[in-house]
Design a protein around this ligand. Structure first.
Ligand SMILES: NC(=O)c1ccc[n+]([C@@H]2O[C@H](COP(=O)([O-])OP(=O)(O)OC[C@H]3O[C@@H](n4cnc5c(N)ncnc54)[C@H](OP(=O)(O)O)[C@@H]3O)[C@@H](O)[C@H]2O)c1
Length: 247
């Protein structure tokens, strides 16, 4: 996720010389330095940067936070899912400026969706707007749901595409042709929805003639999908709860 944001920020004009990345392994540091011309090292330490971003898994965060205890100068941004502001403040300092951000991987191409909560600053809004669109949440209690919908959302949509491609192959198309049929359908549908202010119900109805073939398929799909998504989102949010409790 950190790499996706880095890419969009560099594309938006942030100078690589302003970026310092602490990695876990020398190999990933070397790969980042080679790919983006930034400073990256497992030994990277704080050298007065304005913004410190935690891009590690929530399970790793408790190992990383103690070195920041009492350091209240930077603006902190945590990307960690299910890791509350209260725990971040307890580890760093009650007066520290901390924001939780829940971006998604389309940030890599400037089409990200980031939910934000905590300390609000123009520079944070600007950073995440450089990577796509943002939503400041009115309350942290919405963060897990926002994460379940938009943070994880690309994975659901990619899986939908995978399933459609697999079914196209099962119907006799080559992998390449199946991918073309599905990818252009998804890209075209998204563009059409965008042009129509996401009036998706009416766009669906436009494709669905009475007693036609699409209707036959939707009769199978529609009763299942909403309930299935509800279950999937609940599982996502429940996992966030477990992570919050240290598991
Ligand atoms: N994936 C998503 O779509 C998504 C969306 C929203 C938010 N998030 C959040 O973003 C965070 C990162 O997720 P991810 O999927 O990008 O994870 P990831 O691919 O595993 O990346 C984690 C990064 O953390 C580094 N790291 C691991 N241990 C470290 C340590 N002790 N010190 C310094 N760096 C360390 C790793 O460096 P090495 O490469 O050197 O091991 C790696 O670059 C998570 O908190 C997740 O909740 C992810």
């Amino acid at each position: 996720m950190g790499t996706a944001l880095l890419k969009s920020w560099l594309d938006a004009g942030v100078s690589p010389s302003r970026v310092s990345i602490r990695t876990n392994t020398p190999e990933s540091a070397a790969a980042l330095a080679a790919a983006y011309d930034v400073y990256a090292s497992p030994q990277a330490t704080y050298t007065g940067q304005d913004i410190v971003i935690f891009g590690v898994k929530p399970q790793i965060l408790p190992e990383v936070l103690p070195q920041w205890k009492g350091e209240t100068r930077p603006l902190y941004i945590s990307l960690a899912a299910g890791f509350p502001l209260a725990k971040l403040h307890a580890a760093i300092g009650e007066s520290a400026h901390i924001t939780r951000a829940m971006p998604n991987t389309p940030s890599m191409v400037g089409k990200g969706m980031t939910s934000l909560v905590g300390h609000q600053a123009e520079v944070i809004t600007a950073l995440f707007e450089a990577a796509g669109k943002i939503l400041w949440l009115k309350d942290e209690s919405y963060m897990d749901a926002a994460a379940a919908i938009a943070g994880s959302g690309p994975a659901y949509l990619f899986h939908f595409a995978e399933a459609l491609i697999a079914n196209a192959v099962a119907l006799g198309f080559s992998e390449e042709d199946a991918k073309l049929l599905v990818s252009q359908t998804l890209a075209g549908s998204t563009a059409l929805a965008e042009q129509n202010d996401w009036q998706v119900a009416s766009l669906r109805q436009n494709v669905t003639s009475k007693a036609g073939v699409t209707e036959a398929a939707l009769k199978v799909l529609m009763p299942e999908l909403t309930g299935l998504l509800e279950k999937a989102l609940k599982a996502n949010i429940a996992r966030s709860e477990t992570l919050k409790n240290g598991g």
